[in-house]
Design a protein around this ligand. Sequence first.
Ligand code: SF4
Ligand code: SF4
Length: 110
Amino acid sequence: MAKEGNLQAPTRHPLDWKAPAFYDEGALHKEMERVFDICHGCRRCVSLCKAFPTLFDLVDATSNGEVDGVAKANYFKVVEHCYLCDLCYMTKCPYVPPPQFQPRFSAPDA
Ligand code: SF4
Ligand code: SF4
């Protein structure tokens, strides 16, 4: 059953940092664009930290109003505001596993 607003300890899924793709900048940008596009379509976390309004302001400033209009060089303006508090992951997002929307935000299996 999907749960929301819980107080369980955050789960950190392992990163596949030994894979060559982990260091592929093109693959990184592609994944960031995918995730940013999901958040742009949702915007539920806008009040949680500065990362979200930064992303949404960047999208809203584009001519087409879409994530693909944001320069890749600006992606890290979003990332640098994340301090890994896990609030979005643990309390807001409907796309984390195991709920029904998996695997859109799922981490690689260990
Ligand atoms: S983990 Fe915390 S700081 Fe990072 S994006 Fe989510 S809410 Fe913001
Ligand atoms: S709930 Fe999930 S998809 Fe929506 S803005 Fe937050 S992290 Fe992004």
